[in-house]
Structures are given as structure tokens and as C-alpha cells.
Design a protein around this ligand. Structure first.
Ligand SMILES: [Ca+2]
Ligand SMILES: [Ca+2]
Ligand SMILES: [Ca+2]
Ligand SMILES: [Ca+2]
Length: 284
């Protein structure tokens, strides 16, 4: 019929190649689905490996913890009341490349060797029943109780120390030779950072630890300001800052490394000072 060559579909004749296009489209969709499936499987595999590695690392850490507890328990029984670096708590975990051929482990503070020539720690390897190495751990025991707690010490310069009523009277820095190797203004910035925007421990003008009534009549200088039993002695005193229960805008330090965020001039001038601070200060 005239015109059917140009308008075949109007003449009841199906155009050629439609089936081929449909098959190609179907194959493309199937290919994309297959690629997505492979990608998802790979992601699942990586996630599983990550979870497994995390569990293994946690078990290694638990092994190290139990090892340390066992050594400390032995130490307690061997020499009650006596502690020195020659005891097991120090020698078992510390070593040197020269002595055991192992790789020494630097401390969390980056320290290398102590005065005794020992590295901070050494690796203990863990192998499975077939003798294959599955992990390793190192232990560093540090006496946190002997460090200055920057969440507690509140005295700066010659201020804040009077009757020794609480540990808040510990000297943070005097700018000369006592406390942390910082100036008085830096020590005050540490205290101010803890107290938040209101610059007061706890919530400003509130007796956060409920001792105001007692403090104004106990014949004690509770806030270590040199005045005994003044009218507002029990309010906004250093003892109202509690690192484990911060009130209001208070912000305790979670790590000594947090001091870097304060922009202290001493740390800007001597970046290595942070390492020293980590050996003498703590937040726990
Ligand atoms: Ca505050
Ligand atoms: Ca008082
Ligand atoms: Ca006072
Ligand atoms: Ca109070």
C-alpha cells in the first residue's frame, strides 16, 4: 500500500530490533544488579573483618589487663608496703632492644627510656594452637595517683592555698618552680576553662554542693581565699567543680592533651612541653 514503507507501524508491521533493545536493556539491568550485589558483599566482608579485628584487639587488651593485675597481685604479696623500680610491676613489662632483642614500645607520652635504661614497654606475642602469631600486646604501668590532677588542683601563684581543707588547694602552678611548669596566667586559664563561660565552679551564684549553710559557720576557710566564714563562703567555691558530675557550663578535661586547645603560650613556644606535662599531670 502506498505510504506503508514510511509508516510501517501504522500498517500492522512491527519494527525490527525491538527485541534486541529489550534484551540489551534487561542484560544491563541484570549486570548493574550483579555489580551492586558484589559491592554489597565486599562491604559486608570489610565490615565483618573490622568487627573481628576489633574483637581481637579488645581480647588482646583484656589479656594485657589480666596480665598486669596478676603481676601487681604478686608484687603486693612479695613486698607489702615497699615499691621500687626493681620489682616485677616495672621489670616484667619494661625492656630494651639490647636486652631482649624485641622492639621497644614508646609510652603513650612518647617517652623512650627511663633512668634505668629500660624502654617503656615491650611486646608480648600471642599465638594460636598452631603456633601462628595472632596478636601482641604491651603494658605500661603508670602511677596516676602521683600526678597532679588538672581537674582538681585549683591554686595558682600564691592564691588558693590556706588551710588544706580539700584537694582543690593543690597548687596548679606558681610560675616559678612548683606545680606544672607553666606561668600563673596559664594556670588561671586552665581553671577558667574548667569553669566554663560563667568563670565559676558549677552554676554561678548557686551552692552546687549544698554546703553553704555549713561553710559560713564552721570556722574554716573552705574556699581558701584567706577569709574565714565570710557570708558567701560556701557558694562558687572550688569544691563545686566535679569532673565526674559537671554542673552547668563546667567542662572537665578528659585528657592532658586537651590543654593544647587552650593555646597556652608555653606550649606554643615549646611543643615538647606537652610530653612533659603528660608525665606529671592527669585528669583522673
Ligand atoms: Ca561554671
Ligand atoms: Ca567556713
Ligand atoms: Ca573563705
Ligand atoms: Ca558550695
Amino acid at each position: 500500500m502506498p505510504g506503508c514503507t514510511t509508516y510501517r507501524r501504522f500498517c500492522g508491521i512491527r519494527p525490527r530490533g525491538v527485541a534486541l533493545v529489550a534484551v540489551l536493556a534487561l542484560l544491563t539491568i541484570i549486570t548493574l544488579l550483579a555489580i551492586m550485589f558484589v559491592v554489597l558483599v565486599e562491604i559486608e566482608r570489610l565490615a565483618s573483618n573490622q568487627t573481628l579485628a576489633g574483637m581481637q584487639a579488645r581480647l588482646m587488651a583484656l589479656s594485657a589487663h589480666e596480665h598486669a593485675l596478676a603481676i601487681l597481685a604478686c608484687d603486693t604479696g612479695e613486698a607489702p608496703g615497699c615499691t621500687h623500680p626493681g620489682q616485677a610491676w616495672h621489670t616484667v613489662f619494661s625492656s630494651s632492644r639490647r636486652r631482649n632483642g624485641g622492639e621497644p614500645v614508646l609510652g603513650s607520652n612518647g617517652r623512650t627510656n627511663d633512668a634505668g635504661g629500660f624502654a617503656e614497654a615491650r611486646w608480648f606475642t600471642i599465638r594460636n594452637s598452631a603456633g601462628v602469631l595472632v596478636g601482641r600486646y604491651a603494658v605500661i604501668i603508670e602511677d596516676e595517683a602521683a600526678k597532679l590532677n588538672i581537674n582538681v588542683a585549683s591554686a595558682t601563684g600564691t592564691n588558693g592555698q590556706n588551710q588544706g581543707v580539700s584537694t582543690t588547694e593543690l597548687l596548679l602552678a606558681d610560675g616559678v618552680s612548683r606545680g606544672l611548669p607553666l606561668g600563673v596566667s596559664s594556670a588561671q586559664r586552665i581553671v577558667d576553662a574548667r569553669y566554663g563561660a560563667d568563670r565559676k565552679p558549677g552554676i554561678a551564684s548557686r551552692d552546687d554542693n549544698f554546703n553553704a549553710a555549713e561553710s559560713i559557720g564552721d570556722e574554716t576557710d573552705n574556699d581558701a581565699d584567706g577569709i574565714v566564714d565570710e557570708q558567701d563562703e560556701g557558694t562558687d567555691e572550688p569544691g563545686e567543680f566535679a569532673a565526674d558530675r559537671p554542673q552547668g557550663d563546667d567542662r572537665p578535661f578528659f585528657s592532658v592533651l586537651d590543654l593544647a586547645s587552650l593555646g597556652l603560650p608555653e606550649l606554643r613556644a615549646q611543643p615538647a612541653l606537652m610530653r612533659q606535662l603528660s608525665t606529671i599531670a592527669t585528669t583522673r
